[in-house]
Design a protein around this ligand. Structure first.
Ligand code: MN
Length: 286
């Protein structure tokens, strides 16, 4: 199932270039009282939600995909975990370009671990990316994103796929320079998730997906998730050794080679096999 959030916080299912409005299914979510849980309630209740959605689909309102505004498919992730370098060729590219690395802790993922991006940096596929520091090099990074579906800590790789709610396309927009990653990668809008969530049951082989990113029609990044150094189960095992993972948490799996600078006026296109595609304008500061 391809689940989306659209327009004014509507819930939708994407089928054949249409969005079916199933917002009425949100009534299965519990009423909550302070203090609110640090997990996304929609993702935490996905099984109940799905059976309600199935009942609503035949009578739901249909809108063309081209006429809706997509929001991030998860509204309230507790954290955004990201792998800094998880493709061998991107590691070499970064090490060979002083304009990228600034001697800033570049090494193999098994040594570098993860970093966190601010949840306030998250936006969906229908918004432009507004450059925060246009005087500084700002790069695109396209990534397979894993959305966590249930609570877990110390998850073994062999069990890890049971903890996946689904997958989306991610953009980890990055200002290059000497500052900490959590600053350079977390301005508002620098974490894009979209265009929707494809649930795990629809993706049999997350380690066999083509991914590509174009800028102004020119291919910049093209790879396959089979080139990941740590694959999806290994990433979940590694992250859950440090963090309790909660429903709605996002795991950015790292970007392949081909990162390059974005300029105001550019048009960015990102696609991952079976997960959709999105076209996003790049704008200068307002
Ligand atoms: Mn990245």
């Amino acid at each position: 199932m391809k689940l989306c959030r659209f327009n004014d916080n509507r819930l939708g299912v994407v089928q054949n270039h249409e969005v079916l409005d199933v917002s009425a299914a949100l009534d299965v979510l519990p009423a909550l009282h302070y203090p609110y849980p640090v997990q996304d309630q929609l993702i935490a209740h996905l099984p109940q939600l799905r059976s309600r959605i199935e009942n609503l689909l035949p009578s739901s309102l249909r809108l063309p995909v081209s006429q809706v505004q997509f929001l991030s498919p998860v509204a309230n992730p507790g954290k955004i975990i990201a792998a800094p370098v998880n493709y061998e060729k991107h590691l070499k590219e970064v090490l060979n370009d002083p304009g990228i690395h600034h001697n800033n802790q570049i090494s193999h993922i098994q040594r570098a671990g993860f970093f966190l991006k601010a949840v306030s940096s998250l936006q969906g596929a229908s918004k432009p990316i507004i450059l925060t520091m246009p005087e500084r090099r700002t790069d695109h990074e396209v990534e397979l994103v894993i959305m966590i579906g249930k609570v877990g800590r110390h998850i073994a790789a062999a069990d890890a796929m049971d903890y996946v709610a689904g997958y989306s396309i991610g953009l980890d927009i990055t200002i290059r320079g000497p500052e900490e990653r959590s600053l350079r990668k977390s301005p508002d809008g620098y974490t894009v998730l979209g265009p929707w969530l494809t649930t795990a049951d629809d993706i049999a082989q997350p380690g066999q997906l083509e991914l590509a990113l174009h800028v102004n029609g020119i291919t910049k990044q093209r790879s396959n998730t089979s080139d990941l150094i740590l694959d999806v189960p290994a990433l979940i095992e590694y992250a859950s050794r440090f963090y309790t993972l909660y429903p709605g948490d996002l795991l950015f799996s790292g970007t392949p080679e081909g990162v390059s600078q974005l300029q105001a006026g550019d048009s960015l296109f990102a696609r991952i096999e079976n997960l959709g595609e999105m076209t996003i304008p790049i704008q200068g500061p307002i």
